[in-house]
Design a protein around this ligand. Sequence first.
Ligand SMILES: Nc1ncnc2c1ncn2[C@@H]1O[C@H](COP(=O)(O)OP(=O)(O)O)[C@@H](O)[C@H]1O
Ligand SMILES: [Mg+2]
Length: 260
Amino acid sequence: MLGTGAYARVYKGTWENTTVAIKLFKRSKRLSTSFYEFRHEITIQNALNHPNIAKIFGFSLNPLALVLEFIPCGTLREFLEESQTIKTKLKLRIAKDLAKALNFMHQLSPPMAHLDIKSPNILLCDGWITSEDLPVVKLIDFGCAQPILSPLSNFSVDNPTWASPEMIAAKPLTEKADVYSFGLVLWELVTHLVPFQEYSFFIEIANAVTEGKRPTIDPSSCHPLFREIIIICWDQEPSKRPAFPQILSKLHQIQALEEP
Ligand SMILES: Nc1ncnc2c1ncn2[C@@H]1O[C@H](COP(=O)(O)OP(=O)(O)O)[C@@H](O)[C@H]1O
Ligand SMILES: [Mg+2]
């Protein structure tokens, strides 16, 4: 088994002589609910063709399973837990890859919001050490993704750790919810920690985020521009959060300053 989430167990398998990941959906109490979630995820992921997004190869109806591109090096969460330090250059590559995937999704018409951006849904590829052109990370898990034709209401949150204040408050939301979560992933890249670990219960996280509380960033732990990006991304007010073209240009700026 490769991993498990709230909705599925994921196994390594073979399909037409290729190693693949098989996402086997857990049975929900009502079979129709799991089928609906399954169909939704296939339709969305199948339409997303980008080097930083895991591809979907096929599916099975009995059992309900997706056949996905196998991404071999574990989740970003595991990587951050296993490594003491990660070079700034690599952190910038990871941040840029994720920003590129989200920029692609948000520039579709209508914009596609992922709505479950977090380090366990970001996987590490191989081969990138030797080639600057290969992707370092790919985004997975499109089970919550939604097209944003107009602000979405009735979105329910299972785990508030990476959820934006408007998501937690069940207010209408847009793709700017992804920008908030992206800010938290950047904070994870700096600290290697899971956000809001100081709280024991989800309700405490939900209350803190609603009140505008955010994790702290030691100014000496990252480039001042990187800190600046994190802080604007997790702004309480969604319209004040930047869009991904602006985030990407700031990341390029830091990269240019870091390179000799
Ligand atoms: N394409 C893949 N390649 C390798 N591992 C994967 C892949 N997809 C998922 N996984 C592993 O399975 C876990 C759960 O998958 P995910 O799609 O996030 O399920 P859920 O919808 O239940 O959260 C991931 O965190 C990861 O460890
Ligand atoms: Mg997941």
